[in-house]
Design a protein around this ligand. Structure first.
Ligand code: NZQ
Ligand code: ZN
Length: 386
């Protein structure tokens, strides 16, 4: 196991009766900016519960945050924080709303162009405090220090991390997820699944604790995910999916192990270029990342075949191939795409993606830094399934 430092200060309130803690966690007399998305929270009762819990506070609202939030849209929220002297941001929604809130919170105290926080990786020195009421289990943003924002003008989707961006608290109410449409639910399960794989499916460093945790979370998503799809109001299944998704990317399973993130980095390019959902960008690619890097990945793929999919230990190569097949079938059972054939991605598109990553000095990618521009091109070509 590699050496590590683990720090995660976010307080979690888990369950259906936790909204009352919002008022206890936000400092008295704070002026609160309530950030939310396109309206789902007004249809499922979450907005009313949050507003009730904020009755003692002065509240300013900023709604309409889209999936894959844009810098352009959030600019007004940053201005609002300054002109209204906001003290605290409450994010109510999915990962896009939480990420948007983290960005606005950090940008409020940044003197230059806020896009520098992403593009130039400028250091976040200070941020407004944020709290979260989560309505979509997927990203782990409710308990991590990262955020991803898109610049529409240049079709760039970039992330930033800061120790100041951890939410102070997050309310995780499984009932708030009952209203999720099938595809959003499937997207969330797939995104969380791939977060675990990006941290687990690398090479062994003898970290049995992290491996067994990762395998347990993967098995939970495989078992409980379809239950939530069949019965969206199955509280127990929804609770398991919610907690598994949070644990998938709150830093715990990534401690002391190599991490990959190739699929995410390429996936962000597909979302920026083709406008597809974050989860679809990942499920369209990961199988092809594995196929093109089979030799590097096969030992861990075989381990995953045995511990997660229940195969008997057999020939290493055949176990590894079975794991790839099983993963593809699992995503397809959730109605997710497992290639990019539907995008009509041209060779020019592929060249542009590679050039962009090169300009950003993103290469080499992967846990062993073996994904150079040629391998990246191969992965994208393979994903077209032509
Ligand atoms: O906007 P509203 O009306 O709220 O509708 C949303 C949105 O249309 C809807 N929704 C959310 N909760 C609902 C609901 N509909 C009915 N009932 C509910 N309870 O779902 C749609 C998608 O929401 P969004 O927040 O975009 O989804 P998700 O949570 O998957 O977030 C995706 C964003 O997070 C980023 C992605 O890149 C993407 O921009 N990520 C953030 C990460 C992080 N901060 O650590 C890591 C991830 O890898 C990811 O990159
Ligand atoms: Zn993700």
């Amino acid at each position: 196991m590699n050496s590590f430092v683990f720090y995660n200060p976010t307080k979690i309130y888990f369950g259906s009766d936790k909204y009352g803690f919002i008022a206890k966690e936000i400092p008295k007399n704070s002026k609160v900016l309530l950030i939310f998305g396109g309206g789902s929270i007004k249809n499922n009762g979450v907005y009313d519960r949050v507003i009730k819990s904020l009755s003692g506070f002065e509240v300013v609202e900023f709604g309409g945050v889209h999936p894959n939030p844009t810098y352009e849209y959030l600019y007004d929220a940053i201005r609002l924080c300054k002109t209204e002297s906001i003290d605290f941001i409450l994010a109510v929604g999915g990962g896009s709303v939480v990420d948007a809130s983290k960005f606005v919170a950090a940008a409020t105290f940044y003197d230059g162009d806020p896009w520098d926080l992403l593009k130039k990786k400028s250091v976040v020195e200070r941020s407004l405090p944020i709290g979260v009421v989560l309505t979509l289990p997927a990203t782990g943003s409710e308990m991590n220090a990262g955020a991803v924002v898109t610049k529409e003008e240049t079709q760039e989707k970039l992330g930033f991390f800061s120790i100041h961006s951890f939410p102070k608290f997050s309310i995780l109410d499984p009932q708030a997820t009952f209203s999720l449409p099938y595809q959003q639910r499937a997207n969330g399960i797939s995104d969380a699944f791939i977060h675990i794989l990006e941290q687990y499916l690398t090479y062994s460093v003898g970290a049995s604790v992290q491996d067994r945790l990762a395998e347990g979370l993967l098995s939970t998503l495989i078992d409980q995910g379809p239950r939530t799809l069949e019965n969206p109001e199955d509280y127990t299944a929804c609770a398991n999916i919610m907690w598994a998704s949070t644990l998938a990317l709150n830093g715990l399973i990534g401690c002391g192990v190599p991490q990959d993130w190739t699929t995410h980095i390429l996936g962000h390019e597909l979302t920026a270029k083709f406008g597809i959902s974050h989860a679809e960008s990942l499920t369209s690619l990961i199988i092809h990342v594995w196929k093109e890097r089979f030799e590097e990945k096969k030992e861990k793929l075989a381990q995953y075949a045995i511990y997660v999919w229940g195969f008997q230990a057999n020939d290493l190569d055949s176990n590894a191939k079975q794991a790839i097949d099983k993963t593809r079938l699992f995503f397809q059972s959730l109605s997710m795409k497992t290639d990019t054939s539907h995008l009509n991605m041209s060779m020019t598109d592929i060249d542009n993606i590679v050039r962009r990553l090169e300009q950003r000095k993103s290469f080499p990618l992967g846990e062993k830094k073996t994904v150079d521009k040629d391998l990246c091109r191969k992965i994208l070509i393979s994903s077209r399934n032509i």
